[in-house]
Design a protein. Structure first.
Length: 340
């Protein structure tokens, strides 16, 4: 009998040794040590032995099992190590390869210039106020000293919303809302979308403006000029010049339009500046006393400066875009050229 046990043990050790994979090794283990394996079978023959022989037989079987368990554990460890090493060798990752390309988002050029301009003016103490896109006729016109039938209404082609409301044609109404709500000194900028019945290469029916208003006890044209010249230098470069031309706006007196020196040709004259060396940016002036009064501010005590300009125009100058319709077409080939 013990010869038989030894035979099975040798056979099992041989098979364990020949196993190529841990799966194969496990199958061999089941074959010998499993519930219906060779050792279970041989134990069944115990009943044929005399009661003297049985303990010795049982001991021999158990010893053989321990030898095999040991051999199994060792072999299994070797095979697992080998398998892991093989896997590591065949499945290595090249961490220097570029990852999958992701669509990167960029900021819209209008947002870029708008944010930059807001930052520049906030460094001068201006803080942002917003206003509604649909305005009462009163805020868009009347309170800005543009009564009904005033010829100045024709300066701006208006989208009317019913009898008394309009899509705001400029951000100047934000001045009025702020003066009604807040006490001077006031130093605010109002950015946002505005609307006019207009559409060609240099005009879109919706565009963006920033309005600035500063009301205090001693505000002069010198403050106005200094502020706008500073803004232009910060936006377009330190050698940018600013020019003021006398003009007319019903809500300012005196009024001036302001231009910056053309950054494309260094004022030599080019297509972008209409060969004049200057590019028109916006309108400005000292707030008309009547406008202050209508908003509840005493013009004998307070003065104000105001200016307003288009963001699209600023972006055209900053990025050299020559068709402002590109700003609202959402063409990725255009938008991807701007920084994120
Ligand atoms: N609101 C004017 C426009 O859209 C621009 C403007 C001119 C704003 C003069 C002002 C100003 O604040 O003082 O054409």
């Amino acid at each position: 009998m013990s010869i038989k046990i030894q035979e099975i043990q040798d056979q099992a050790l041989k098979k364990f040794d020949s196993a190529k994979t841990s799966k194969e090794l496990y199958d061999f283990k089941v074959e010998f040590l499993g519930k219906s394996g060779a050792f279970t079978e041989i134990m069944k023959s115990m009943k044929d032995l005399s009661s003297d022989e049985r303990p010795l037989f049982g001991k021999k079987v158990n010893e053989a099992k321990v030898v095999l368990e040991d051999a199994y554990i060792r072999k299994e460890r070797d095979l697992k190590t080998k398998e892991i090493n093989e896997k590591l060798a065949s499945e290595w990752l090249d961490l220097t390869l570029p990852g999958p390309v992701q669509d990167k988002s960029t900021q819209h050029p209008i947002s870029l210039v708008l944010n930059e301009t807001v930052n520049i003016l906030s460094r001068l103490g201006y803080s942002v106020r917003l206003g509604p896109l649909i305005e009462k006729d009163f805020y868009n016109f009347e309170a800005l000293n543009i009564p009904k039938d005033h010829p100045a209404r024709e300066m701006q082609d208006t989208f009317y919303v019913g009898e008394n409301h309009v899509l705001r044609t400029h951000t100047s109404p934000i001045q009025i809302h702020t003066m009604e709500r807040e006490k001077p000194p006031i130093r605010i900028i109002g950015p946002g979308a505005v609307f006019r019945v207009d559409s060609d290469v240099s005009h879109a029916p919706m565009f963006h403006q920033i309005e600035a208003l500063y009301v205090d006890r001693k505000v002069s044209m010198a403050d106005l000029k200094g502020t706008i010249a500073f803004m232009n230098r910060e936006l377009f470069g330190s050698d940018t010049k600013t020019r003021f031309r006398p003009s007319f706006f019903p809500f300012t007196e005196p009024s001036a339009e302001f231009d910056c020196s053309c950054p494309f040709c260094s004022m030599k004259g080019c297509r972008m500046c209409g060969h004049s060396g200057w590019i028109e940016l916006g309108g400005s002036g000292l707030v008309h006393p009547h406008v202050l009064k209508l908003s509840g501010i005493d013009p004998m005590e307070w003065q104000g400066l105001a200016f307003g300009f288009g963001i699209e125009r600023m972006s055209v100058i900053k990025f050299g875009v020559d068709d402002i319709r590109l700003f609202c077409e959402n063409d990725r080939r255009f938008l991807d050229q701007f920084p994120s």
